[in-house]
Design a protein around this ligand. Structure first.
Ligand SMILES: [Zn+2]
Ligand SMILES: [Zn+2]
Ligand SMILES: [Zn+2]
Length: 466
């Protein structure tokens, strides 16, 4: 998106805002959003009524606010849309993952004694891509192959370049025509299912190891998960997961003595190798079986080992705010009628998107909703998920912060302190828009020094951050 240019219209809007008698209230609203780049506008009222007498104790309405609306943070997870809200999301995710590793937020500190692994599951290869490899601090040639074959499209399957850190070709195929674009987007589409199969297979394997049935296992042990998806440069997702063994009641109860990190490691290796997902034949495309790539990284998380709880929570939180746009695709939905050439994408992401749109037309693959998720290169899963017992939830972390904000309002005298049981709170809100007018955008970027994007369109994208 292009930055906002100061058109006469925008300058006039900025001057109007600056001269508005409510300017300071407007500025205060913006500060309260924490510098959100696309605040949500809400219109409505909140009434506090005494339950016993029916007396109105306090009322608030947005009628008196600038433009008659209250501006709230957009709470997006995506750093490309709103850096400040994504930062809040990142910090919340960090707290949540960390609580599952060292305790806190209602999780007892004894959880540190539970066997816990950090596992990275990767996608298989869909064709040779340009990569940057380092060995003992020296950059290695990308694809050094003596007697390299020449593909049917005339490309020699070798690349002697020592690629730089940010070279655009990284993750792009040596021959795009040989590259398995169908496989890549179908893998993204089925990755959440493959993950689900891994968790099921893992439970079965652990039960078998212990000589228990699945039902019996539940009386001895819970396996808790937290995972995030990350896009590799080639445009496929891989998953980072924390897998922990708890007793039957979750983190508050110790796992049985036989449930060791070593046993869990073997079970994970087995489960990841064992599971497959089948894509039905569709159109001219034959049925295919997808599985995880051979690269599987399993490391134990310990308080004093090389992989600390802090490092893991940091990794997971970092990936939680990134989406597919870091591989050069778009951060919003694509309409199948859009002209892909007009988006100014590199060839590789454009082909991945085109493949999603092509497969999205096939009835047999309708369930995968590939056209709707073309901008995500086929992946429609949640970026970060946790099993029920992992730790606290994102919602309760948000509530905690909201309670804090409410306490602030009460102590600063804006909202009177009520006994919650005796007061009826009547709330009615309606959505009244999003983002900034061009004048406000210009003013905000002048005040903050951060160039703001043009007012966002309403592309109907779903933000799965909840
Ligand atoms: Zn925001
Ligand atoms: Zn290369
Ligand atoms: Zn080729």
């Amino acid at each position: 998106m292009p930055p906002t240019h100061p058109t006469p219209h925008a300058i006039a809007g900025m001057i109007t805002r600056l001269n508005d008698p409510q300017y300071s209230r407007w500025a205060a609203q913006l500060r309260a959003t924490g510098g959100c780049r696309q605040p949500i506008h809400m219109r409505g009222r909140v009434l506090h009524v005494d339950r016993a007498t029916g007396r109105l104790l306090h009322s608030y309405t947005t009628t008196g606010e600038p433009d008659g609306v209250l501006r709230l943070p957009c709470k997006t997870r995506r750093a490309s849309r709103c850096p400040s809200c994504a930062e809040v999301y990142r910090a919340d995710t960090y707290q949540l993952i960390r609580a599952g590793l060292v305790g806190g937020k209602g999780v007892p500190a004894s959880v540190t004694a539970h066997p816990c692994l950090f596992v990275t599951l990767t996608a298989p290869s869909f064709g040779a891509v340009h990569t940057r490899r380092e060995k003992n601090g020296k950059v290695q040639p990308c694809h050094a192959r003596r007697d390299a074959e020449t593909c049917p499209h005339g490309h020699v399957m070798s690349c002697m370049a020592r690629h730089g850190d940010n070279e655009a070709c990284l993750g792009e195929p040596l021959c795009p025509d040989c590259y398995d674009y169908s496989g890549s987007v179908l893998f993204n589409a089925l990755a959440p299912q493959l993950w689900k199969y891994v968790t099921d297979a893992l439970r079965r394997r652990v039960a078998k190891t212990a000589g228990l049935t699945l039902r019996e296992l539940r009386q001895h042990l819970t396996i808790s998960f937290a995972k995030v998806a990350e896009y590799q440069k080639r445009g496929v997702v891989h998953f980072h997961a924390v897998i922990r063994l708890d007793g039957p009641d979750g983190p508050t109860s110790p796992p049985p003595a036989w449930a060791t990190a070593e046993m869990l490691t073997h079970a994970v290796q087995h489960a990841v190798k064992a599971v497959t997902a089948t894509v039905p034949a569709a159109g001219d495309d034959p049925s295919r079986v997808l599985r995880w790539g051979r690269q599987l990284d399993i490391r134990e998380i310990t308080m004093d080992g090389e992989l600390s709880d802090q490092a893991v929570a940091g990794y997971i939180a970092k990936y939680a705010t990134k989406a597919a746009e870091c591989v050069g695709t778009l951060d919003r939905r694509i309409n199948p009628l859009d002209d892909l050439q007009a988006f100014n994408l590199r060839d590789h992401p454009r082909r991945l998107i085109a493949e999603c749109l092509r497969l999205g037309e096939l009835d047999e693959l309708a369930d995968l909703r590939l056209a709707q998720w073309a901008h995500m290169l086929g992946f429609r899963g949640h970026f970060s998920t946790r099993s029920r017992y992992y730790s606290t939830t994102m919602g309760s972390i948000r509530d905690e912060r909201r309670d804090f904000a409410r306490t602030e309002e009460i102590t600063t005298g804006r909202l009177p302190l009520f006994d919650e049981d005796t007061v009826l709170v009547i709330v009615s809100w309606e959505y009244a828009g999003k983002g900034f007018s061009v004048g406000d955008a210009l003013l905000v970027s002048a005040l903050t020094g951060i160039p703001l994007a043009a007012p966002p369109d309403f592309g109907g994208d779903v933000d799965e951050s909840a």
